[in-house]
Design a binder for this molecule. Structure first.
Ligand SMILES: O=C(CO)[C@H](O)[C@H](O)COP(=O)(O)O
Length: 264
């Protein structure tokens, strides 16, 4: 089975042993959004009637939420309870008719489906470029199964190695102090720490929890991810970070050559 298309950026030898190609190569060039939709629809095949579902946030996860709503309307799924990971997903889920609840009522979920910003070969993730990392981490760490859905541009060899942001949610109080502490923590990796702002008015981006986000950019590899994770979480002022280590149980990747499902 040809799996050469499942490339982790910068990887010499992608770990694809446990991958399964589930659709044949398509002769059509698909847009990134079409690929996201394909991955999302594939993930919804894991959903069964009666499940309590974690509903992710972002442009990929919204295809899954829409599809679940569609299947509920068609009567192909029944008795679904959704636990949304953001206010935006809450609104979308209501609009497509998914009954909602929360973690207080359902502390254990059957399955969560969500996108990611980066995925490494061990299914560790960077999430939160959409700003919902805290609720996503709370919901997805309470799931028996966590299915991550991405298009193939999200595959990386090392987290933080794509040159894009590694988000950290912090309290607004003295945010410059916290940003500087984070920068110093990863000085050896050439870290730049930037407060996320709304592009329209330059005001700080505020999360659903009333917090700010510091986006970390690295010039070099940050080394052991668990060590980095623990160190960030020990810093007073930090609420949560966007590294989701050892949480995903299944990865669905849509690429120009088809869809691949990889189980951990
Ligand atoms: O973590 C997230 C939001 O906080 C998203 O899942 C992540 O940013 C991926 O988004 P998209 O599916 O739009 O590429």
């Amino acid at each position: 089975m040809a799996l050469a298309h499942l490339q982790f950026i910068g990887s010499d030898k992608p770990n694809v042993d446990s991958c399964q190609m589930v659709s044949s190569p398509s002769p059509v060039i698909l847009t990134q959004d079409e690929l996201k939709k394909i991955a999302a629809y594939k993930a919804v095949e894991f959903v069964e009637s009666g499940m309590v579902l974690g509903l992710g946030t972002g442009s990929t996860a919204c295809h899954a939420v829409a599809r679940i709503g569609e299947l509920l309307k068609q009567g192909k799924l029944k008795n679904i309870v959704g636990i949304p990971t953001s206010k935006k997903t809450h609104e979308q889920a209501i609009s497509v008719g998914i009954p909602l609840s929360d973690l207080d009522t359902y502390p254990i979920l059957d399955l969560a489906i969500d996108g990611a910003d980066e995925v490494d070969p061990y299914l560790n993730l960077v999430k939160g470029r959409g700003g919902s990392l805290l609720r996503e981490k709370m919901v997805e760490s309470a799931c028996k199964k966590f299915v991550v859905i991405v298009d193939e541009t999200k595959l990386v060899k090392h987290l933080g190695g794509s040159g894009l942001a590694m988000p950290v949610e912090i309290v607004p109080f003295c945010w410059k102090f916290t940003a500087e502490r984070l920068r110093m923590m990863f000085m050896d990796a050439g870290c730049v720490a930037k407060l996320r702002r709304f592009s329209e008015n330059g005001e700080p981006f505020v999360t659903d929890n009333g917090n700010y986000i510091i986006d970390l950019y690295f010039e070099k590899d940050i080394g052991d991810l668990k060590v980095a994770s623990d160190e960030i979480l020990r810093l007073a002022g930090v609420v949560e970070h966007g590294m989701f280590l050892d949480m995903a149980t299944t990865l669905i990747v849509a690429g120009e050559l088809g869809v691949t499902v990889k189980n951990k």
